[in-house]
Design a protein around this ligand. Sequence first.
Ligand code: SF4
Length: 236
Amino acid sequence: MNRDLVVSEIFGPTFQGEGSTLGRPAIFLRLGICNLACTWCDTKYTWDWKSYNPKEELHRLTFDDVYQQLWACNGSGARRLVVTGGEPMIQQAKLARFLPKIAQEWNWQLEIETAGTISPHPDLLSKTLHFNVSPKLDHSGNELSLRYKPEVLKRFNTLTECSFKFVVGGIEDFSEIDSIVRECLIDREKIWIMPEGRSPATIARTTELVADEVVLRGWNLTTRLQVLAFGDRRGH
Ligand code: SF4
């Protein structure tokens, strides 16, 4: 197998902006390509080839090139790598060989962000790797059969190092989340609700709308710190 990754961008240091490790200093490795097409996706440059040119947006980089670029981003000592996308699990076989050096030699914490449609291979799993699984709801515009894989979500839920992040536009999304949580037996303490939005005003409005529903269920609430701090500018 080739020792290379299809990369969209590498950036940092910045913060993990969402979910269970929100606010932690982190370096980001954004991989190219996605198997879904969410209407509100804020990284369409990783997969939407009607609007973007893959020759400009995607870079096939060797493992050594990526290691070098990540190390160069770590001047502040963030020591946390967030692998995001696109859908990073499309390249999980390569990640299983790429990530151990970062965990074992560099002693960094690792996170993979995924939409939860591709089951993790045992070779990828490790104690220092946390999965941020974000199942896509009806409002994402994807067909149900593509976006919702109960067996995959159940598999992720068996992992200790895993949290689930549901993006909501309003309280009308909660009945769908309730069904998914029931069917996939997702542990309550692993659930984070995140208001959708690409502006601080939208996020604030949606947070206010949904907060009571989150409290009622005993779930966790997250914001989108990168939007509040950097205005959703690419590369932050
Ligand atoms: S799964 Fe993520 S990267 Fe893929 S289209 Fe949806 S929001 Fe965008």
